[in-house]
Ligand binder design. Structure first.
Ligand SMILES: *Cc1c(COP(=O)(O)O)cnc(C)c1O
Ligand SMILES: [Zn+2]
Length: 404
């Protein structure tokens, strides 16, 4: 059962068939998947979800894959939302929740986009794909491609986290490191894809990743029993996740499963690469290229996001906010969470806790508001960044230090 209706341009609203292979609109902007939501509403009840499996494929009617035979799943999605009491206390947010995307198969929420888009590529009989990645998307797509048989080409910046590169290698993707800024990497992949005749699967260059990220929003709604939190804070690079979460809430509101009131969506970036924050503060509807990227890690190094106009519109429409946080402060709060909550967040994920702290301190988050932050990845992926701890080494039980 599927409810696909068409692919629609996010900018000029031109429509395309979902039966054909498409990248972006002829106007250059990203395409979004449209569904026949009236039909979906008539055929599916919320209660039907109860018996479904604990992966993002429990929402198959909201997803673009037509035949279940084409689903490539490693058990992604349906990640837990945990109440983080002691950090909540520390930053004075009583109702403080964290969605832990670190529990996805390759360690980040990139698995959602990869599972859905790689499945759809199989359905459309696409033999090979190329993408640029700051690391985690490459790792995720490599894993899913190795299972589906998609021939994958990954282009990454030379300063990529070593373990992401290793993941790509383990899953036998063709990997390439480039010494140039991320946004130029994107242009290079556009050209390479044409030159080699390989499908361009980069962020917002194909329509289906966002559908995978959308399931985060569906899960948030379902796990909060269809009563959305007041504020959702998301670590933003390109913004696929923000678009996905917003799309989920729009579709759910249209079929009447949630009320029309959207949570305020907050975009967080590092101070050293904050194109969204700059554009938001200057009241612009597009981002300038962030020229001098520094002190920004992993998935948040995105100097010229490609769906900027839509993300900025979403922040304003939901009365949200874009703010930048300091790398050092973020690492401190990452340790604080590890010490108190037993959760080792990715540095990108930790920015959301830092942002919540700031927004509460300045009163933007009000008393008794329910706040959800998204930890985008598992801190364990970043362990090589940490020096080996200086702990005592002993020969036997008699020379254990007194103060151990
Ligand atoms: C990709 C990534 C992000 C940014 O996500 P977008 O949807 O591109 O904005 C944040 N955190 C991690 C760990 C990532 O891999
Ligand atoms: Zn268009």
């Amino acid at each position: 059962m599927n409810f696909l209706s068409c692919l629609e341009c996010s900018q000029c609203l031109k429509e395309y068939s979902f039966l054909e292979i498409h990248n972006t609109c002829s106007c250059g902007y990203p395409l979004l998947v449209k569904y026949d939501l009236k039909e979906l509403r008539n055929k599916i009840k919320k209660s039907a979800l109860r018996e479904r499996e604990g992966t993002l494929w429990r929402y198959q009617e909201f997803l673009p894959v037509i035949s279940s035979n084409n689903i490539i799943s490693l058990g992604e999605g349906y990640t837990p939302i945990v109440k983080v009491h002691s950090i909540g206390k520390l930053i004075d947010v009583e109702e403080f929740y964290l969605k832990n995307e670190g529990q996805n198969p390759t360690g980040t929420f990139k698995d959602r986009g990869a599972s859905v888009a790689v499945s759809k590529a199989l359905e459309l009989q696409i033999p090979a794909a190329i993408l640029n990645s700051s690391g985690n998307a490459g790792a995720a797509w490599s894993a899913y491609s190795s299972k589906s048989g998609l021939d994958l080409y990954v282009v990454m910046p030379h300063e990529v986290q070593e373990n992401c590169l290793k993941q790509c290698y383990l899953h036998k993707a063709h990997s390439l490191l480039c010494d140039m800024p991320m946004h130029r990497l994107g242009n290079m992949v556009d050209k390479l894809s044409k030159k080699l005749g390989i499908f361009n699967a980069s962020s917002f260059r194909e329509p289906y990743r966002v559908e995978g990220k959308k399931t985060m929003g569906l899960e948030i709604a379902e796990m909060f029993n269809w009563e959305l939190p007041d504020v959702i804070i998301y670590p933003t690079g390109t913004g696929t996740g923000i678009v996905g979460i917003w799309k989920a809430f729009s579709e759910l509101a249209e079929i009447g499963w949630i009320s029309q009131k959207n949570p305020r969506l907050v975009v967080v970036q590092f101070e050293g690469c904050a194109p969204y924050v700059k554009a938001f503060n200057e009241n612009k509807d597009k981002c300038d290229v962030w020229e001098n990227v520094h002190d920004a890690l992993g998935g948040l190094r995105s100097p010229k996001p490609r769906c900027d106009f839509l993300v900025l519109e979403i922040i304003r429409e939901t009365k949200g906010k874009a703010l930048a946080v300091n790398l050092k402060e973020t690492i401190n709060i990452q340790y604080e969470v590890a010490k108190n909550e037993g959760l080792y967040l990715s540095p990108e994920g930790a920015t959301t806790v830092m942002a919540a702290k700031k927004l509460r301190a300045e009163g933007w988050i009000k008393d008794n508001e329910r706040v959800l932050v998204v930890n985008s990845g598992d801190g364990i992926k970043y362990l090589p960044m940490i020096d080996k701890p200086d702990v005592p080494i002993v020969e036997d039980e008699d020379n254990v230090p007194e103060d151990w």
